[in-house]
Design a binder for this molecule. Structure first.
Ligand code: SAM
Length: 279
């Protein structure tokens, strides 16, 4: 490839040389289409001074694209064979490979501090990885992630949408998310049996008045019984339906509404009202 990106022949050769047999368990579907890599890098809105964090670099397809666009790349890879081979594929002084589970990494291991998350995520852990990294790395100003199309739809959904749920509200706590395009199965090896979608997000300040864990507890309770009114769904959380009704009214939320119609700001108002009523 003219710009050094990996095409189908290079991916096949690399996998054969390393003896890599992709596993479903680790969501190993590798990109082998330079046009998709260029598209992801261009859509991510990277600045030359950015520090990119990539989860699951795999054989290095996207890592190569990122290395050409930013001042530093951190690549977190759980598969030791892939992590060990990466510096050979992406021979760049501004790459740090972290052989680690992205769900367990803490912010102190990254120097320089990451500013953008750009990743073709392992699909089975995509949502927890994004939420964990946004919580753990306050320096992240945004990112672009590729996930299964249905998950992308959920992450960008707003109140009132059929697919609005826990991932949508929790991501909205940290960031404003928007759909950034669809990616067909044919650009991966092996070919997955699902479509993929890109989600772009920009960090914003969380709603004031309540802690993240208090707000997330309300969100979890409200969506655990999605079809119930908030008065009923929050009864267990509030210590009874009457208490739930009182808290909801104090928060300015209709007790007959359902969680699927509430913004993250309204969930925060409920958590704040519950704290006030405890005093
Ligand atoms: N970025 C590469 C690409 O686009 O070709 C590979 C993407 S593949 C969908 C997902 C990658 O994430 C695999 O390399 C897999 O080994 C890695 N992975 C899976 N679970 C992980 C985890 N918990 N932490 C870090 N990496 C993980």
């Amino acid at each position: 490839m003219a710009d050094g990106l990996l095409g189908p022949a290079e991916i096949r050769e690399l996998a054969a040389r390393l003896g890599v047999a992709p596993t479903k368990k680790l969501g190993q579907n590798f990109l082998h289409d330079p046009n998709t890599i260029r598209r992801i890098v261009a859509t991510a809105g990277l600045r030359p001074e950015d520090v990119a964090l990539e989860v699951g670099p795999g054989l290095g397809s996207l890592t190569l694209g990122l290395a050409g666009a930013v001042r530093h790349v951190h690549a977190v890879e759980i598969d030791p064979t892939l992590a060990a081979a990466l510096p050979e594929t992406v021979a760049a002084a501004h790459l740090t490979v972290h052989p680690a589970d992205a769900l367990k990494v803490t912010g102190d291991r990254f120097d320089p501090a990451p500013t953008m998350l750009v990743a073709n995520l392992p699909y089975n852990v995509a949502v927890p990885v994004v939420l964990h990294l946004l919580a753990e790395l306050p320096t992240l100003r945004g990112g672009l992630v590729m996930v299964q199309k249905e998950v992308a739809d959920r992450l960008v959904a707003g109140p009132g949408s059929k697919v609005y749920g826990i991932p949508s509200v929790k991501l909205a706590w940290y960031a404003a998310a928007r759909p950034a395009g669809k990616v067909p199965p044919a650009v991966f090896w092996p070919v997955p049996n699902v479509d993929s979608g890109l989600v772009a997000f920009t960090r914003h300040d969380p709603p004031a008045g309540a802690t993240r864990s208090d707000v997330f507890a309300v969100v979890d309770a409200a969506f655990a019984q999605r079809r119930k009114t908030l008065r009923a769904a929050l009864a267990g959380w509030a210590g009874g339906a009457a208490n739930a009704e009182q808290v909801l009214k104090a928060a300015g939320v209709n007790p007959q509404a359902r969680g699927e119609s509430l913004t993250v700001g309204e969930f925060a108002a409920i958590a704040a009202a519950a704290k006030t009523s405890e005093r």
